[in-house]
Structure formats: structure tokens, C-alpha cells
Write a protein of this length. Structure first.
Length: 374
């Protein structure tokens, strides 16, 4: 069963084009000119029930605009959109009872009253019976360690405390789908770890579907088995995180510390025929780079020990990080083009977009009453 079914989804904004000078301002007063900016460009994807999916992209890529269409805040320009079997902006009241939303930079709690009062107000908004609310409330308070925070006004909470409360607020009515837009922004490593563990447990226990947008790729690595990558309003990758690492990782590097003096020539001779590159740090230490899918560290190690008889005191392994892979894909504009370039294919060319057009999309969304900080 699909939790989300998105087909050819598009969102366009009309943005006023301001002309320069006093004369231009007078012309704009009587006859305005507009540009059409596409924030989301005919994207399609399906997310099964119970999946945790990462939705990532650069600032201005269209992430938050997509989330706002999926939650019914924005109306799509065109395309088909079903979430929980409903069209979000058409069946608004019924639809919101089955979803939870956390926007990292916007609060759903009342600023000047105690946290517990906000929770009870949300219970009434979502029409949750007290017999269902109480066990759910107790579980969230215990799991997120909220007992000491319940009677404090929201304005007196730290960022980490507030985000734990925001997460609890989004789950009080036991939604089947949760949208998390930058839920760990600005949090310290301890709070981030607690929130990640909690989300994994909730997903396993209740089969809650989670769509997570974040710039912190550690969140993605900790929670998601699948990632959708957006760039300039287009999906450039949709697949497994491990597949992304395997196909587009540059390779591995190992740092060897030897018990006796070695030379670069000796090491190159022992690994002759292997597609590796050596770099000597000092007379007892050397680095070797092993390209992805062409050799492995175990082959290098076997030659050094069994054939060369070298005594190795220590080995440190370094692998291309997800952050670096994703950054290079953003720069190329396409995961497929990135892979072709790694394998010696044609150079990737990223679609161009001016900073002004991204800014215009954000301004247009703000005029509709929401932020387009995608």
C-alpha cells in the first residue's frame, strides 16, 4: 500500500518583475510585469507505507515547497497527488487528522502557555478521545523525557527542549504519516541522537511513514534506507543510500604503519598489477588509495604481509563520506551524470538558475502566507 503517490507534480509562482528607477516604479504602479518561476518541475515518486525516506537537496531546490504541497498548505499548479489515499488540499480537515508535521523553523506550540496546555489544545483540535490520548501522551513524555518541561512556557525552553516537544505534539494523535522538515536544525549531538533513536522506534512499533528533509546527512544515514535527491526542482536520484555510496563513491584509502623502514618503490613493487596509488608519509608510514570496484584493501594487505613479509603495526581506513558524494552530485546536477563522469563518460553539466529566480520563488511563496525556504 502506498502512503504517498506523486505523479508529474508541479508548482509555479508568479513573481513581479520590478523595473529600475523612479520611472520604472511609476510604470509598475500602473502596469505590472510578472515572471513565472517553477519551484517544482513535474516530479514523480511513490513511498510505501512504513518507509523512512530522506528528501534532500540544496537551498532553493524545492524540498519545502514539495512538503507544503504534500501537507495541503500549497495547492499544486498541476499533477496528481495522493497522500493516505486523499488529495491534501481538497480534503483538508479529514486529511490532517492522519498526518503529523514538524517544521524546524516554525512552532505549532503556543508561545506563552505551558507545554501541557498546548498538548491538550492539540488534542481538542484533532478530536482525540481522552482514553486514546492518555496512553499516547504518557508514552511520548517518557520516551522524549518531557516530564520536567510540561509546565514551562514554550518561550522558556531551549531549542533542543522545544524540538522534543514539537515532535511529541506532531505525534499525539498517532498519525500514520509524519513530515519532518529540518527537525534537528541547530541541535547538539546528544539531542540529535535521542531524536533519531526515537524516530526509529516509532517507525518499527507503529509502522509510521516518515518523509525527512534535512541538510544533516547523518540524519539520513541513521534513519533512511532510501533517499530522493532534488536539484533545481527536479529529482536527480531516487534509490538506496548504500547504492549511492557503492556506485558513486571514489574508493577507499588506507594508512599503514610499519614496524620497519619501507620505501615507496618497495610498496609499489609488492602491489604491481593492482590499480592502487601510494603516498609515503615518512619512513614508517604510507597511504594507499584503492579505486572503487577495481581492487580492495584485503588484496593490498595480503601482498604486503604474505609476499613482502612486512610487519604492520596499525591500519586506518578512510572511505568517501556521504557528504562528499552528495556535494559532488549537486555540483554536477545529476547522479547519473556524476556516475558517468566517474567511469570516464561525458562531463556533467548542471542546469543553471540565477540566484534571483530562487529568491523570487521564496518571495512569491511568502505572499501566499508560507515560506518557500526549500
Amino acid at each position: 500500500m502506498l502512503a504517498m503517490d506523486v505523479r508529474e507534480l508541479r508548482k509555479e509562482f508568479r513573481v513581479q518583475r520590478n523595473r529600475e528607477g523612479l520611472g520604472g516604479a511609476l510604470k509598475d504602479l500602473f502596469k505590472r510585469e510578472y515572471n513565472t518561476v517553477r519551484a517544482v518541475k513535474d516530479i514523480s515518486f511513490q513511498i510505501p507505507k512504513g518507509e523512512i525516506c530522506g528528501y534532500i537537496g540544496e537551498n532553493g531546490a524545492g524540498k519545502s515547497t514539495t512538503i507544503k504541497m504534500l501537507t495541503g498548505i500549497l495547492v499544486p499548479t498541476s499533477g496528481q497527488l495522493l497522500v493516505n489515499g486523499m488529495v491534501p488540499h481538497k480534503e483538508r480537515e479529514k486529511f490532517v487528522r492522519g498526518i503529523g508535521v514538524v517544521f524546524g523553523q516554525r512552532s505549532q506550540l503556543w508561545w506563552d502557555i505551558g507545554v501541557i496546555e498546548s498538548f491538550h489544545l492539540l488534542r481538542k483540535v484533532y478530536r482525540v478521545p481522552m482514553e486514546e490520548f492518555k496512553p499516547r501522551f504518557d508514552e511520548l513524555v517518557e520516551r522524549l523525557k518531557l516530564a520536567e518541561l510540561l509546565n514551562r512556557p514554550v518561550r522558556k525552553l531551549s531549542l533542543g527542549q522545544r524540538m522534543r516537544c514539537e515532535l511529541a505534539a506532531s505525534l499525539l494523535h498517532n498519525p500514520s504519516i509524519v513530515f519532518l522538515d529540518e527537525p534537528t536544525i541547530g541541535l547538539d549531538i546528544v539531542v540529535k541522537s535521542e531524536i533519531r533513536e526515537f524516530l526509529k522506534e516509532m517507525n518499527q512499533k507503529y509502522e509510521t511513514t516518515i518523509l525527512l528533509t534535512t541538510h544533516d546527512l547523518q540524519d539520513i544515514e541513521a534513519l533512511c534506507s532510501r533517499v530522493i535527491m532534488l536539484d533545481d526542482g527536479n529529482i536527480i536520484y531516487d534509490g538506496g543510500l548504500e547504492e549511492l555510496k557503492t556506485r558513486w563513491g571514489k574508493g577507499k584509502e588506507a594508512l599503514f604503519q610499519f614496524a620497519e623502514t619501507v620505501t615507496i618503490g618497495q610498496l609499489e613493487q609488492l602491489t604491481a598489477g593492482l590499480p592502487v596509488r601510494w603516498k609515503q608519509e615518512n619512513e614508517l608510514t604510507a597511504r594507499v588509495f584503492v579505486p572503487q570496484e577495481r581492487a580492495n584493501i584485503s588484496e593490498v594487505l595480503a601482498r604486503l604481509v604474505s609476499e613482502g613479509g612486512l610487519h604492520i603495526l596499525d591500519i586506518k581506513l578512510f572511505e568517501t563520506g556521504t557528504d562528499e558524494i552528495v556535494r559532488e552530485i549537486y555540483q554536477s546536477g545529476s547522479a547519473e551524470q556524476r556516475g558517468d563522469a566517474e567511469r570516464g563518460g561525458a562531463a556533467a553539466v548542471k542546469p543553471t538558475e540565477t540566484a534571483g529566480s530562487k529568491q523570487s520563488a521564496e518571495q512569491a511563496a511568502e505572499k501566499e502566507g508560507v515560506s518557500a525556504d526549500a
